[in-house]
Write a protein that binds this ligand. Structure first.
Ligand SMILES: [Zn+2]
Ligand SMILES: [Zn+2]
Length: 146
């Protein structure tokens, strides 16, 4: 199995190094991930916070999700690249953006959330489990077998 992986922002001021593989890789088509992504969705790699070392200063934009939970989007203040997200409701977890990976092959999406918002032009893998909105964590874990 793959061990850790690395990534960072466009200008190189923010870098990270993880000690383990992502436990879940999800495509999220919610409006907020889309607007901060550059395309129709964000691809997020879920890892425990304690397995990630971040270097460099990040800026943060927090907004409230449909659930009312605060979503904190961390990005490089110099180049603006999205690096990772945390959620006040899933303390201890980080969601690293696939766009920040050094090796893109690390991220193979396993699930799609907010699939009801996938645009007609997006190329999607029809075999992936898809939730129309954000599933509750237990439903997702059950489906993913994690
Ligand atoms: Zn940067
Ligand atoms: Zn999202």
């Amino acid at each position: 199995m793959m061990a850790g992986f690395t990534g960072g922002c466009l200008c190189g001021a923010v870098k990270y190094d993880t000690k383990q593989a992502p436990s879940v890789v999800a495509n999220c088509y919610c409006d907020d991930c889309r607007r901060s992504s550059g395309t129709s969705h964000g691809t997020h790699l879920m890892v425990p916070e304690e397995a990630v070392i971040i270097s460099g200063e990040v800026a943060c934009y927090s907004s409230s999700a449909d659930s009312g939970n605060m979503i904190n989007r961390h990005f490089c203040p110099t180049c603006g690249s999205a690096v990772y997200t945390t959620n006040n409701n899933t303390k201890g977890l980080m969601f690293l953006r696939a766009s920040s990976l050094d090796d893109l092959e690390v991220a193979k999406p396993q699930v799609q959330v907010y699939a009801s918002r996938i645009p007609s032009w997006a190329l999607i893998d029809e075999t992936l489990p898809a939730f129309p909105e954000m599933p509750d964590p237990e439903a997702m874990q059950k489906m993913m077998g994690v």
